[in-house]
Design a protein around this ligand. Sequence first.
Ligand code: SF4
Length: 370
Amino acid sequence: MSKKVTKEQIRAFAQSQGLDLVGFANIERFENAPKRMHPASIFPECKTVIAVTRRILRGNWRGIEEGTYWPTYTYYGYHGLLNSFFIPVGVYETACFIEDHGFEAVPYYPGVPETQPPAEPLRPDGVPAQVHLAIRIAGVAAGVGEMGWSKVFMTKKFGPRQRLAAILTDLEVEPDPLLEPNTLCDRCMACVTGCQADAIPHVKDGKTVKIKIEDKEYEWGDVDMGRCTLGYHGGDTQVSPFLHKTFPGLSFDVRKQHVSEDMAYKMCWPRTFGTWRKTAEDPSGYLVEGHAQIAKWGGGAGAGSYGIGGSRGCMRSCFDRIERCDKCDQTFKGGPFIKRDRWLLPCDVPPNPDLAGKACGVPDDTNPTR
Ligand code: SF4
């Protein structure tokens, strides 16, 4: 095959493989990135970072918005298929297309370790393992979109409704133009109001994160990732009817928590994937049966994750609002997304008088706490 390939040919090919938006950043746009997040730490000869997106269907959230059905979001819109199949197939085929033209292409899966444990470099003066890109910033650098106030990645076509991946290549192409900061996000604060976990600071609080790419400064709210994680992954009684079912009498206000993202994962993950003995009180054998069942829908490609909160503020409130303001290219004939009063459960789960304060039913001589 001819060695000549243009970025428009790559973009067209990627879109023919199901990817929606495709942008190109030259490696110089990452000059301010720390080494552990720099594309050249993965591929030192990288000249171009191709950022790609695929939409999250608006309908993926419908069941959660109505408070009736959870699996669609995790299965189609998150780790079940979108992150683990729909996007990677397009990325992989596009990487094959680039390598067919004689350039190395590193398909980059954006599932990241949530922490960066200290590690020694494997090569003298090298970068320690566990490099990962800030995929949303790669999307900004490639001119695909910008960061919204709530730290979501926004595009003109879909608002906040997409997930990203990337391809690193030694092919050199002209980069796409950067978006002017605040082109898409107008600081309306609908995300702040809609986030039941109180994870997104108000613009008046002045808590921001800033980055600079070329001459442009992008800024967004410094999101409380502990509360965000609790809200999203099943640690928030306000948005999990499953916690209400499993833990009658529990009182937990996510808005008052001051925990790190890692601590929040420790609070949510084991409770979702863990098991417990089957008892008359809860014969399921899970810690939280509802969360465990939803997590089964998120197991695609072994990279299983799950969503309970369904991004109430940063996604649903945001795209509902920008669609109402005609600021999103994709429109819907059926009108606004939020059509009814929104549901929210209390932080305090009403106790079950038959269970409150009762012993666990295990004889004293086998109960190690007695
Ligand atoms: S709701 Fe969307 S557009 Fe409005 S401030 Fe939040 S991120 Fe920006």
